[in-house]
Ligand binder design. Sequence first.
Ligand code: BGC
Ligand code: CA
Length: 302
Amino acid sequence: MTRRSNRSGVAKPLYSEFEVAVAPGAQLGEGPRWDAATGTLLWVDIPAKLVHRYDPTDGTDTTKPVADVVSLALPRRKGGIVFGLPDGLHLLNGRRSIGPVAIEADRPDTRTNDGACDAAGRIWVGTMALDERSPVAALYRVDPDYAVTTVLTGTTISNGLGWSPSGRLFYFIDSPTRRVDVFDCDLGTGELENRRRFAAVEVEGAVPDGLTVDAEGCLWVALHGGWGLNRYSPEGELVATVTLPVERVTSCCFGGDDLRDLYVTTRREGLSASERAAQPLAGCLLRLDVGVAGLPTDAFAG
Ligand code: BGC
Ligand code: CA
């Protein structure tokens, strides 16, 4: 592992070794979320309509087919999971399925996309324009009583979401803006204010996708089209990059008992036959040791 300074203004590779946790992989692997209660990692294959659960203790990866394209799967404090379909959020506990908690359920031009829980047990979930170009999507907050509040409109592809260790800052990516933005966040009320740019993601051919925040308050941002991830300091400075042999890196999350394993999802969908041949790991779930621990994944309190 090499850690080099950023004094030149260009972050150098921090780490490019990894393990393959799950192969063969997904068409569009997304949304890794560590479920501490079960010691497993939830993730999804969006177009395959599959919720995956990976158990690092024995290396098994089980899949649950759901009714439609599935954009996220989050742990729930009372057991089971919450998952996102184009019509909103659905709850699954054992065989019992409840839903949807409607989110743009009547909109044929959008679907839910990335989402995460805050420390108060709310879900924050965004939508995306199916044409990936029109600013017709939004970001919502779903409280534990299932009340849905619109928190941001005019987005195009709502992606990475996360909080600073104190919970006072909320990070958000609308992928086509090629920025990470930051808001002041009141976790008591769930209100956001003072949107500003946190970092510009200047990687040729790439847009920022999912993100996670580590225990040092730094952000790990998956680069869709950028062959890896960028790490940003709490001040928004690019401090490290990770290079992977997969072009479309979609999201990341720390997991494991000590939260020191960085799980990274990737995408095979949309690659040409020759690109697929050159990227045999596209779609796989990867695991990296980047020398730092993550923050616990919060679970939905509803
Ligand atoms: C979406 C994809 C999109 C990608 C890059 C993902 O979160 O699910 O459909 O192409 O972001 O913007
Ligand atoms: Ca995403």
